[in-house]
Design a protein around this ligand. Sequence first.
Ligand SMILES: C[S@@+](CC[C@H](N)C(=O)[O-])C[C@H]1O[C@@H](n2cnc3c(N)ncnc32)[C@H](O)[C@@H]1O
Length: 270
Amino acid sequence: MSDTQPSFRSEQINPGDLARLVDVLDRQAALPGIVRLRSWAMLALAPRPGEHALDVGSGTGSEVQAFAAVVGSAGDAVGVEPNPWMRAVAEERASEHASSARFIEGNAYELPFPDATFDVVRCERVFQHLADPERAAVEIARVLKPGGRAVVIDSDWATAIMHPGDPEVLSALSGSMLAATPNPYSGRRLAGQLTRAGLKVTDIGSQALLQESDATGDGSFLRVMAAMAVARGVITEDQSTALVDELAVAAEVGDFHMSVTMFAVLAHKV
Ligand SMILES: C[S@@+](CC[C@H](N)C(=O)[O-])C[C@H]1O[C@@H](n2cnc3c(N)ncnc32)[C@H](O)[C@@H]1O
């Protein structure tokens, strides 16, 4: 995202963005594609009572709570999150649910744990925001115990589809999104990165993150993307308005499609 748009990047943390970012994560967490891929990841990781589990870039903390519910009081469920305001939201939500999930400050580039600390590690939709995802993969491998399991989930923005719309405007919008994302093709690169980090990739799952047909309203991802493309000068304000209007009309007649494919890579430390 550009400097003028809310950003998930750790170099661009801004307390004023928090409400928008939490809203985006909450809306996405409710989408069937995310629900299915998270459920796939949890089955693949198969955390057990007493194990130590880590979520890197834990956002609102829901998946750390899910870990905590399984590993129990004999285990440990930790989220690492560099955004202090996001971390506070996660802590508050965990406390509301009487969860033992805990959250600590840290960065995927330098996880604040000794080698071989965790039985399971997950990291969801974080690598796309990293300029050096290879380093994060090495850190995940380092903190895993021998025999440990990791799942890294991410989108690949070359798979983004939007329908209907003027092809030239859609192409400019897509180019702007790719240019504004530090690691836009993250999804296809995960298996190689984890393999180079010394892990053994054993399975890959995928799901399309399909936006609902009401995804054209104020504050929607579509409007944020369109505003970003206007700010970057790749489409005009009129083109942005025409596109959003066309998609909104299409949504009313059931002819709306907006998606990006996410990949989830399961790897083991041998
Ligand atoms: C798109 S959100 C995903 C949050 C959560 N994993 C989920 O799936 O809902 C990206 C998260 O990664 C965090 N993040 C960004 N850069 C990071 C970094 N260098 N190390 C760790 N987390 C980072 C952001 O603060 C944000 O919480």
